[in-house]
Design a protein around this ligand. Sequence first.
Ligand code: ATP
Length: 398
Amino acid sequence: QRLLNILPKISERLNITESDLKNAINRKIIAHDTYKNQKYILFKKKYRHIERGTILFLNENLDYIMGYPKIRRAMVLDPTLKNYFIDKIAIEEKLDGYNVRIAKINNTEIVAITRGGRICPFTTKKALKFIDTKILNDYPDIMLCGEMIGLNNPYVPYYYPEVDNNINYEGDTSDNSNDIENLGFYIFDIRNKETNKSLTISQKGELLKKYNLPHIQPIDIVNKEEISKIKEIILKLDHEKREGIILKDPDMVINPIKYTTHHTQCSDLSIAFTYMYDLGINFMFSRLVREGYQSIEFNENKEEMEQRAKEIGESILYPMINTIKKVSKNETIREDFEIFMDNEEDLNEFLVYLKKLHIAYVILEKEQINNSIIKIKIGRLYNSTNDKIKSHLNGNLW
Ligand code: ATP
C-alpha cells in the first residue's frame, strides 16, 4: 500500500509511467526487501530502460542505483569486433567472481549490491574492508562496479593467487588483501549510479590510481583490425586457466562485449554436470555452441579438434559419473565454501540473508580463529540433483 502511495514519485524519479510500474509489480518483476530497517524495491529483470538489479530506496530522496548492464558475447571475434567497435579496443581481463556495485545512499551509508539487486551483508562488510570509500565522499553520484574474487566467498569460490600475494592488476600496488582469507575486490568500471554513464578507460584508471583503489587495467589497447593480437591473448589466458576478456571502447560510448576461453567453457560444464539437475540444462547448450564457434575461429586441425572434443567430453562425463557415484553411496551433493566473519552477529545476519534468498545450506564446521574471527564452512545443497539421482538409482523411470 505504501508503495502505491508513492508510485507517482517513483515514476517521476525513474522516468517510467505509473502503469508500467504497476504492471511490473503485478508481474513480480519488482520485489521489495529491507536492509537495516530501510525498505527498498528491486527489479528482478530488465524492464523498459531499467536494468535488472536496479534498486530504489523508499527514503526521502528515493535514492536509486541502476543495475549493471548486460554484457553481450561475441561468438566469433572476426568480423564481430570490426563491425562492432568504432576504432580502438581496450582489452581487459574478465575476472571470475561476482559482480558488485558499491555506492552511497542517504548521503551517508555505503552499500554493496549484487547483480540481482540485493544488498548482501557479507559483501558489504568485505567491500568496506577492502576499499577506501573516500572517493564516494568526493563523488557521491558514482558507483564503483567491480568483481569480488577468491576462494573465500559464498558465491563463486575460485582461488586467485594474486589475491594472496597482494598483486594488483598491471602493477598497481594498493593492498587489497589480508593474510587469512583468499578474497579481493577489483574495480572495472566507474559509472554514474543513476544513468550508468561510464568514465572513459583512462579517466577511470587515473581516478582509481589517485585514490589508490584496486582495479583492472587494460592488458592492451589495439586497433579493431588487430584481431590476431586478441586471439594471442585468449590463448595465453586459456593456458593460464583464466576466464576470458572484456572488450571495451576506450571512450566507453558503446557497451563492452565479452569472450571466454576454452578452459572456462570446460570448467562451466564440469560445474553444470556436478550439479546436473540443478544447473545442467541452462548451462549446457550455450557452452557447447561457444566451443563450436571457437574451433572454427582458431582454424583447428584434426588433432586440435580431437583434443577439444576430449576435453569437452571429460568435463561433462567425469563430474556427472562422480556425482552419481556419490549419491549411490548415500553421500549428499553439495558445494562447500569457507568464509571468515568478524563476529557471531555478522554471521547470523548473513545466514538470515541466505534463508531469505531460499538458498538451502548446511553448516559443516565452525571455528573461532582468534578473538575476532570466525571461520565457517557452509555446504550449499543442490536438492534436485540429490533427489532425482536417488530416484533413478532406485529404479524410477525418466
Ligand atoms: P551478463 O551476460 O548479463 O553480463 P552473466 O552472468 O552472463 O551476465 P558473465 O558472463 O559473467 O555475466 O559476464 C559479465 C560479467 O563479467 C560482468 O557482470 C562482471 O561482473 C564480470 N567482469 C569481470 N571482469 C570484468 C571487466 N574487466 N569488465 C567488466 N565486467 C567484468
